[in-house]
Design a protein around this ligand. Structure first.
Ligand code: PMV
Length: 301
């Protein structure tokens, strides 16, 4: 069913959870990403001047959302539009909100202009993400666009994974929103300061990702959890973890999670855990974290 009843030109896209490989993916290491059934919704109508509303409220003209929209209308050779945006995931939490908004808007504009090819959509998602992220790897946009669970490598076609059983995870919002671009810059400075140890960490994460891929295919959630813990350790050496993230991971592990780690840019935002999800969600709720359990890769957007 259409999200905006009676509106002709609309689009929708998934949020996402990166299981392993964030940040390293910017440097060519594969990442494993699962889409959320929740995400973003966009509707466009031709208008005299560009106008954007978000969650029913008008967006200030200084917002970078206007820059992003202008890039997309130019890309699709569309007239000025009135754009309505709705989001059912938190922003700035590492759950792919910005890419989901971009893909949903691009889909609505594709409907309006009849340019429905995937290449136009991929290019549009990249143009949108550049406004918010600088040089995005494209992992968020791939999950937003395709859904499912993907092995994503920069510059390659994303590979949809076939799992033996659905992958259930728990997600909590551990810290305040963080700027992805600032976190990506922090990692770039680590690389500049210590190129050798940075390369070693990249090789380490690449090995974890390949093993996690095998665990996913075999349905070995315990193994996956152990690899997620190791990925968290390597991410924390790049100063991407925070006391709030570490506490949320510790609460999850004490409640019986097989593994827990930050997901997305870090510096705040979300934590993902696998194993004993009911107990983990209850423990996070007791500790006051907003959280939810979900099955990754379900196609409903
Ligand atoms: O937008 P976030 O916070 O989910 O992070 C995106 C993943 C990064 O690897 C940190 C950046 C990228 O472009 O791949």
């Amino acid at each position: 069913m259409a999200y905006f009843p009676g509106v002709t030109f609309q689009g929708t896209a998934h949020g996402k959870v990166i299981l392993l490989g964030e940040h390293a993916v910017v440097y060519g290491v594969p990442a494993l990403v699962g889409s959320l059934s929740r995400g973003a919704h966009a509707a466009v109508e031709p208008a005299q001047h560009a106008h954007i509303s978000f969650g029913g409220a008008p967006v200030q003209e200084e917002s970078p959302l206007y820059t992003a929209l202008a890039r997309l209308t130019a890309h699709f050779q569309a007239p000025p539009v009135s754009l309505r945006l709705e989001l059912d995931i938190p922003r700035g939490a590492g759950l792919g909100a910005s890419a989901a908004l971009g893909v949903a808007t691009a889909r609505a504009l594709a409907q309006l202009t009849g340019r429905l090819d995937e290449t136009a959509l991929i290019e549009a998602a990249d143009l949108w993400e550049q406004v918010f992220h600088g040089q995005p790897s494209g992992v968020d946009a791939a999950a937003a666009r395709l859904g499912g669970i993907l092995r994503f490598e920069r510059g390659e076609h994303p590979e949809p994974l076939r799992l033996r059983m659905p992958l259930e995870v728990a997600v909590c919002i551990a810290g305040p929103p963080a700027e992805t671009s600032a976190m990506v810059e922090l990692v770039r400075r680590h690389r500049q300061a210590r190129p050798e140890s940075f390369e070693q960490a990249l090789s380490g994460i690449a090995a974890l990702v390949e093993n996690a891929h095998l665990c996913l295919q075999a349905g070995d959630t315990e193994g996956l959890g152990r690899l997620m813990d190791l990925n968290q350790m390597l991410l924390s050496t790049w100063m991407l973890s925070t006391p709030e993230i570490e506490t949320a991971c510790a609460v999850a592990r004490s409640a019986g999670a097989f593994g827990a780690k930050l997901t997305g840019s870090g510096g705040g935002g979300a934590v993902v855990a696998v194993g004993n999800l009911d107990a983990v969600v209850k423990a996070w709720q007791r500790a006051g974290y907003p959280c939810f359990g979900t099955t990754l890769g379900e196609r409903s957007a």
